[in-house]
Design a protein around this ligand. Structure first.
Ligand code: C5P
Length: 239
């Protein structure tokens, strides 16, 4: 099992367009989670200044903007994220090998502090019919594997995948690539709109390196207590 501390395994998704709410939560969670994931909702509302405000509370930033564009544009976006000192960024693996390599190369320009680049394969909201509608044949699982191999071979650091894909991907693409998994729910939390969930312990035991967890922490009456319960659960798995 990879040697990552339980706190560092948790990437807490703060999904809100409200700056004050995000900063309040981020402040509470300082030192309690490995990174804060900010996505399109937050970034479109508050931009780089909003990101800096969260980072200034002592957090590593996982900027989840899922870049997908021509290589030159993605390289420029990654370069801008380097200057924001983000630690994790996302791209769509379906952007192709040149785009993936351009993202990896642009992150390398930041040297030792370079952000890790994660690739999204097939969005979990898409089923086989949706893939067929955009001209992609074959089961979603095959496309996930194809894109994961492509990402690995293009110098990408990790893959965002569902808990159900972890064992398959770990077996097929090896140990050198990080697997980052949303759709995680502790026993004591509701599923919300997530359909196929695993507990934090199950996901790590299956081979996940990091867990993206939002509402079980952010919508809890006691976000710090919720984060600590998850850390506690993970301490038992990794012991
Ligand atoms: O609140 P919850 O724990 O469900 O949040 C999960 C986070 O992971 C959200 O930011 C969501 O957008 C993201 N995500 C996901 N499923 C994917 C990819 C990303 O839930 N397949």
């Amino acid at each position: 099992m990879t040697d990552i501390s339980p706190i560092d395994r948790i990437f807490c998704a703060i999904d809100t367009p409200k700056l004050d709410d995000a900063l309040l939560l981020a402040d509470l969670l300082s030192g309690e989670v490995g990174a804060i994931k900010l996505g399109k909702e937050f970034f479109t509302a508050h931009g780089p200044n909003g990101v800096r405000k969260v980072a200034d509370l002592g957090h590593s930033i996982f900027l989840d903007l899922k870049y997908h564009d021509i290589p030159n544009t993605v390289a420029g976006a990654v370069g801008a994220a380097n200057r924001l000192s983000c630690t994790v960024l996302t791209v769509h693996a379906s952007g192709g090998p040149a785009m993936l390599k351009a993202a990896a190369d642009a992150s390398a320009d930041a040297g030792a502090k370079r952000p890790k680049i994660l690739a999204v394969t097939v969005l979990t909201s898409l089923d086989n019919d949706d893939l067929a509608a955009v001209g992609q044949t074959g089961p979603a699982e095959e496309q996930v594997l194809r894109l994961a191999r492509l990402a690995r071979d293009s110098g990408i650091d990790g893959i965002v995948c569902s808990p159900q894909e972890v064992s398959l991907l770990r077996g097929e693409i090896g140990d050198q690539i990080a697997l980052v998994v949303p759709g995680v729910r502790p026993e004591w939390a509701g599923a919300d709109d997530q359909k196929r969930v695993m507990t934090p312990g199950e996901a790590v035991a299956a081979g996940a390196d990091h867990l993206v967890i939002g509402r079980p922490i952010t919508r809890s009456d006691d976000p710090v207590g919720a984060a600590r319960r998850i850390v506690d659960e993970l301490s038992k798995v990794t012991a």
